[in-house]
Design a protein around this ligand. Structure first.
Ligand SMILES: [Zn+2]
Length: 174
């Protein structure tokens, strides 16, 4: 039997969440994916959370640190390259958290690209995901950015598509 707290958590995890962002945000993620092809790009999403809606304020591109991070964290996978994997260096996470704190923003998610693959999370993406974050994936096919989707973990730890609300930049308080 679940406790009341678990029940509330369970119900809230089932609720539809969404992420509000502007066309400029989408463009900067797509452009980043295009520029690093055939390697995966990655970056952090700074914004605010109000109830079930996340609002993206700033896209922070970061270096794909897969090669140096894999050595410590995923030695069995280090033969894979940035063509198939991404990692964000802890120093970049800290820098973003600090920048966010100064502006009353928080890290609301992570984005990365999939090259010549659909914008659907891999098992590796799922295993490393945090339940509070939105995961935006852009598919880059033969160097051209195509689909862009946002994903969020449900209470069973599986990714579900998250609704993307495209809003005018003026609706996003900096
Ligand atoms: Zn991925």
């Amino acid at each position: 039997m679940r406790t009341l707290h678990q029940e509330i958590l369970h119900i809230s995890n089932k609720m539809q969440s969404s992420i509000a962002l502007s066309k400029a945000h989408i463009l900067s993620i797509r452009t980043h994916g295009e520029s690093t092809y055939p390697n995966e790009c990655c970056g952090l999403l700074l914004g605010r959370v109000t109830g079930d809606v996340k609002t993206l304020v700033e896209v922070l591109p970061v270096q794909n640190a897969w090669v140096s991070e894999a050595e410590d964290c995923w030695p069995e996978q280090k033969q894979l390259t940035e063509k198939r994997r991404y990692a964000i260096a802890p120093a970049d996470m800290l820098k973003a958290m600090k920048e966010g704190r100064d502006r009353a923003l928080e890290i609301i998610g992570i984005y990365h690209s999939h090259n010549d693959c659909p914008a659907i999370p891999s098992e590796f993406d799922r295993a490393g995901a945090w339940s509070q974050y939105s995961y935006i994936i852009v598919s880059v096919m033969q160097g051209t950015p195509t689909d862009l989707n946002s994903w969020i973990l449900d209470s069973e730890g599986n990714f579900q598509a998250e609704e993307i609300l495209t809003v005018a930049p003026t609706e996003i308080k900096k």
